[in-house]
Design a protein around this ligand. Structure first.
Ligand code: FAD
Ligand code: DLZ
Ligand code: SF4
Length: 508
């Protein structure tokens, strides 16, 4: 008799995961399953599905080599029941097991699915993260505003990363001020390593090609790392060649370079192949060895022990309704150019094309191009949320929803962002070369060919004046609007209305 089943989900691919630690190699069976329910709760990008399935298959092999018994279900196995719960029940009968040990999933939907099963399932916290739920709750308790910066400092103290005793290295906690350089003329980093698919990956690609051929996104060429060894190679490659300039050009965007100095490690961290602490320790070592400057290393580490941990904390603190919030009551449908239809806006077209090809866009493209447009245009945040969850290979609800619903769409009422991340075309023009290749003119504020971001920016502010008029960080913009002459104000708003009227009806 086997005593327990040990569940390992597709984003828990670490030898150090709680469910394995709680188990016994001799008597327990590890359950892993490729299932239709997980592959279709949104229409995931084919590269995301292929990445997860390939990494799962390789991880299962590594477990077996390490002496574990693994009951692995492939998507096209005849007996596949189609859900995680179904597979656990099937395996419980097969192995005569009476209970399941799981690591808490990163999504409320799956947590309740496990709770509702007619077999005891013990869910242990996922301690691949740096802060536990309790630590985040204690930090949040009694605070009026949950600002990331203060949480981040606690995480620095807790991990000792970039600390000199109880003082921050470099005498400042945050070097963001040095990190906003516009797009460089030349990028000296040649981007992420691209891995040739091996036999396991090729099998998965064939499967995904047959089963998910309607989904948005290009499956091939497939180049992601799919095991820990490859993920470590990518990490080392970035630390050596990309990190030194990561800080300087973190917010920049270029027509002909989609990766700039970004790490492309979120896929691997979020799936469990890399641990956030080892990623940060590698960056800190580059600083100690004199290979990367403080603004780059601090900026990179802040994204991980700061933002990444903080958004997870918010997701679990706020509860299952969080992804469905719509604080600004935005109801417009998501335009079809998010799914690749033609648009004359070069910035959107570039961000979506690269998303379609690589299931990746970097932070500023997600926030200030596709996110900014959706917020300005009043798109229903629920549709925006489902789009982001589907199209990015690093998207799981715990990290995607707070970034989209909270940070980008201000739909959580301002828990994450103290003011909405909106901008006119001038920000995009400053940080990129997109506007040079655009049918619209970023310098035109109204009239034929005026950049839609310029029109919609004012439309958004005026639409939500009641909500933001008293926000001191936005007062200046309302003053600028009020100082325009009346005719100009009316023209801007009327042209923005006319643009919105065309959305979904003609190419804009
Ligand atoms: P780098 O730019 O090299 O940054 C290093 C690491 O910092 C990332 O790998 C990531 O783990 C972490 N990080 C940076 N910013 C954030 C953040 N805001 N939240 C969490 N982690 C962060 N990240 C995801 O992992 N999954 C998502 O689904 C996701 N959705 C997003 C949606 C929107 C609207 C926005 C604005 C951001 C989103 N992010 C998401 C955060 C960020 O865009 C990605 O983590 C980053 O682009 C991943 O690429 P990278 O590894 O090259 O990151
Ligand atoms: C995202 C995903 C996909 C596409 N497929 C699977 C799968 O077949 N089996 C599995 O165990 N996990 C999969 N995942 C990851 C889960 O959806 C993820 O564990 C939850 O969204 C919680 O983060
Ligand atoms: Fe985007 Fe406006 Fe620039 Fe065109 S002009 S790329 S729409 S910001």
């Amino acid at each position: 008799m086997v005593s327990k089943l040990l569940l390992v989900l597709g984003d828990q691919l670490s030898m150090d995961i709680a469910s394995l630690r709680e188990g016994d190699k001799v008597s327990d069976v590890v359950v892993m399953a490729e299932v239709a329910d997980e592959a279709s709760y949104v229409q995931h990008h084919p590269k995301k599905i292929a990445f997860i399935f390939a990494a799962m298959r390789k991880f299962a092999k590594a477990l077996e080599q390490d002496g574990w018994t693994v009951a692995y279900t492939k998507l096209d196995d005849d007996e596949n029941s189609g859900s995680i719960g179904g597979e656990l029940l099937r395996r419980a009968e097969e192995y005569d097991a009476g209970e399941v040990i799981a690591t808490e999933p990163g999504e409320w939907r799956l947590i309740s699915h496990l709770e509702d099963l007619p077999i005891p399932v013990h869910q242990f916290q996922n301690d691949l993260f740096i802060a536990s739920h309790k630590e985040f709750e204690d930090w949040a308790e009694g605070r009026k505003a949950l600002r990331m910066e203060y949480f981040y400092r606690d995480m620095r103290r807790k991990t000792g990363l970039l600390m000199d005793g109880d003082k921050p290295v470099g005498e400042k906690w945050n070097f963001d001020h040095d990190n906003r350089k516009p797009a460089p003329d030349e990028v000296t980093f040649d981007g992420p390593l691209k891995f040739e698919p091996d036999e396991i990956v090729e099998d998965v690609l064939d499967l995904v090609e047959t089963r998910f051929d309607n989904s948005f996104g290009d499956l091939r060429p497939f180049w992601f790392a799919t095991d820990r060894g490859q993920a470590l190679e990518q990490l080392n490659h970035f630390i050596e060649h990309g990190l030194p300039k990561f800080g300087d050009f973190q917010d920049a965007m270029l027509n002909d370079n989609r990766f700039l100095y970004h790490g492309l490690v979120s896929f691997y961290m979020n799936a469990g192949l890399l641990s956030p602490l080892e990623v940060c320790e590698a960056a800190a070592k580059a600083y100690d060895d004199g290979n990367a400057p403080i603004n780059a290393v601090e900026g990179f580490i802040r994204q991980i022990i700061g933002w990444r941990e903080y958004v997870r904390g918010i997701y679990f603190l706020e509860g299952p309704d969080y992804p469905r919030r719509n604080g600004l009551n935005h109801q417009r449908g998501l335009p079809d150019f998010y799914w690749g239809a033609e648009t004359k806006m070069n910035c959107i077209s570039k961000a979506v094309a690269q998303t379609k090809e690589d299931a990746y866009a970097h932070h500023i493209q997600r926030l200030m191009v596709t996110g900014n447009f959706a917020l300005l245009a009043g798109i229903n945040p629920n549709e925006v949320h489902e789009w982001y969850l589907a199209v990015y290979a690093d998207a799981y609800e715990w990290v995607e929803a707070p970034n989209v619903v909270g940070m980008s769409q201000f739909a959580d009422g301002g828990i994450i962002a103290s003011k909405p991340y909106v901008s006119s075309g001038s920000y995009i023009n400053k940080m990129s070369d997109y506007c040079k290749n655009c049918d619209y003119s970023v310098s035109k504020k109204t009239g034929d060919g005026a950049c839609p971001f310029n029109l919609l920016y004012w439309h958004f502010l005026i639409r939500h004046r009641d909500r933001f008029d008293n926000n001191p960080r936005m007062a200046q913009m309302y003053r600028v609007f009020d100082r325009m002459d009346e005719e100009r104000r009316e023209t801007v708003l009327a042209e923005a209305d006319a643009f919105l009227e065309k959305l979904g009806k003609e190419v804009v």
